[in-house]
Design a protein around this ligand. Structure first.
Ligand code: C2E
Ligand code: CA
Ligand code: CA
Length: 505
């Protein structure tokens, strides 16, 4: 029965209750009137009548109580159903999922050994806030409904599907222990969910990240399971756009470690525990040094060296990246004078930093104070930038280009790697991720893929740099694919400024 039909029935019960109460009150008044006249001569008849009326009143009262009982029972049911349903998408809410999933968890826990495992998946639409801000809440709701529909179409027959928070969905399905099967399901799902959405004349790109956990075993409640899928999602997100990962107990330890890092980061800024190292970038066929990439280093007083892969994402999440990023930029601008004038220095800029409305003016001020030419300060921004409001990103990129700074797209080849979307942005260089470079020699199509990307980039008037080059063979294969600029241990590891200067001399 639908929620609306139930509301209708509950209103009828409320009417019965009101009617019974009215009848009860009327009977009571009559009875009181009779009572006043008891003791009058010839009142015996009235006393009997009053008893009858009192009885009737009692009955009415009982009827009223009964009706109220049924009514409240029914209202409770309606209420329960309302909170079990998400009104925007018609899917289960978090409360609804909790009810639906309880027997499934019980079954998964009870099974001693099974050919199948029951997975819980939570998927989040990345940067949904931007979609809402850019296109308005009505379009936002439409995106949510469409995404819910996509999930329901694919896995709705396999278990409950819910919208459990703003732009977060959860669902469950059984799958064999072979990871290939799980891989196929998740790839199909994320591909389907990440198809752009057409709303009238506009096309909205959507990106989703998923975290999974196996139910049963040590995960016997929905709350624990969702906490774990959240941890898995955090790990997946670090790998680029459109990724998914299964929860591993280590992630709980990592979460504790990340909280510790968060506490230590503000100290690091105050105690100048950061340093910058420089890695050379070269034109491989001439051996000419074209520039350096600046990479942040953190030397913790007790723990020693903490790599950026462990603290940058924490800094992004807790909001310290703006301050840290500006510190790096200032250091690089000051160091630039000590490198040859014809070299560029690339600085990693987190997409979060670009959200700061003052970023471009701060960049201009920093370069002016250090008297460095803007053409020498190249900003490296990961393709994760695509999850932000595209119009805003284009505007920011243009403002940076207007200052004269080159822009390179970092880590291309992880996650989505959508040149179609990127082509809209005014960038100057594409950096092929190490994962693409290391696959070069493995299969023939590895080289063909890189050659295609290089050709497309050149067609967009954009240069290409291969990252993480470690072997002579990779140098040859990259050159064969048309990629001339390279960076990696083969040409030089990141080193302190003085060592980098020695090498440049
Ligand atoms: P990235 O921007 O992709 O930087 C390249 C990373 O690969 C560096 O790691 C570098 O040391 C390493 N690398 C370079 N050549 C090779 C090679 O041939 N083989 C191997 N195995 N690795 C190579 P690093 O310094 O640990 O930095 C990791 C990531 O942290 C960077 O990846 C970047 O995303 C981030 N990062 C570093 N410094 C900053 C910063 O100042 N700001 C921001 N926002 N992110 C930073
Ligand atoms: Ca980089
Ligand atoms: Ca990179």
């Amino acid at each position: 029965m639908s929620a609306r039909a139930k509301v209708g029935r509950s209103q009828v019960f409320r009417l019965v209750t009101i009617f019974s109460s009215g009848f009860g009150v009327a009977s009571l008044s009559l009875w009181a009137l009779m009572l006043n006249r008891i003791g009058d001569p010839g009142m015996f008849g009235f006393s009997t009548m009053s008893a009858v009326i009192a009885g009737l009143a009692a009955l009415a009262g009982a009827g009223c109580a009964h009706a109220y009982y049924i009514g409240s029972d029914e209202t409770a049911k309606v209420y329960e159903e309302a909170i079990a349903t998400d009104s925007t998408t018609g899917l289960f809410s978090r409360a609804g999922l909790k009810q639906e999933i309880a027997p499934l968890i019980e079954r998964a826990t009870g099974k001693a050994r099974s050919f199948e495992r029951r997975m819980l998946v939570s998927v989040e639409i990345d940067a949904f806030r931007d979609i809402n801000n850019q296109h308005g809440p009505e379009t936002g709701d439409r995106v949510l409904r469409l995404m819910g529909e996509r999930i329901r179409r694919l896995v709705g027959g396999l278990g409950p599907v819910a919208r459990i928070a703003g732009s977060e969905f959860a669902f469950t399905f059984e799958v064999g222990h072979d990871d290939c099967e799980l891989h196929a399901v998740m790839t199909a799902l994320l591909e389907e969910m990440s198809r752009p959405i057409r709303a009238g004349d506009i096309v909205i790109p959507v990106f989703c990240t998923a975290g999974l956990v196996e139910l049963g075993k040590e995960t016997t409640s929905l709350d624990t399971a969702l906490r774990r899928t959240n941890l898995a999602r955090t790990t997946a997100r670090a790998g680029g756009l459109g990724n998914w990962t299964i929860y591993h107990p280590e992630m709980t330890q990592i979460d504790t470690y990340r909280k510790w890092i968060e506490g230590e980061l503000s100290n690091a800024i105050e105690t100048s525990a950061f340093e910058v190292v420089y890695q050379p970038q070269v034109e491989s066929h001439t051996g000419r040094l074209t520039g350096y990439e600046a990479l942040l280093r953190w030397e913790h007083p007790e723990k020693g060296f903490i790599p950026p892969s462990e603290f940058i994402s924490v800094a992004e999440k807790c909001g310290l990246i703006g301050q840290i990023g500006m510190w790096v930029l200032e250091r690089v601008c000051n160091d630039a004078a000590r490198f040859p004038e014809d070299t560029t220095i690339a600085v990693n800029v987190s997409p979060k930093q670009l959200e700061n409305p003052n970023f471009v003016s701060q960049l201009a001020d920093t370069m002016r104070r250090a008297a460095v030419r803007a053409e020498r300060i190249e900003l490296e921004i990961t393709e994760n930038i695509l999850i932000m409001d595209s119009a805003k990103v284009r505007q920011k990129f243009q403002a940076i280009r207007d200052l004269g700074c080159p822009i390179s797209i970092d880590d291309f080849g992880t996650g989505y790697s959508n040149l179609g979307y990127l082509a809209e942005l005014p960038f100057t260089k594409l950096k092929l991720d190490r994962s693409l470079v290391s696959r070069l020699g493995e299969r023939d199509n590895g080289t063909a893929l890189v050659a295609t990307i290089v050709n497309m980039a050149h067609a967009l008037n954009v240069s290409v740099l291969g990252e993480g080059v470690e072997t002579e063979e990779q140098v040859a294969l990259l050159q064969a694919a048309g990629c001339k600029l390279m960076q990696g241990y083969y040409f030089g590891k990141p080193v302190w400024l003085e060592r980098a200067q020695d090498k440049a001399a």
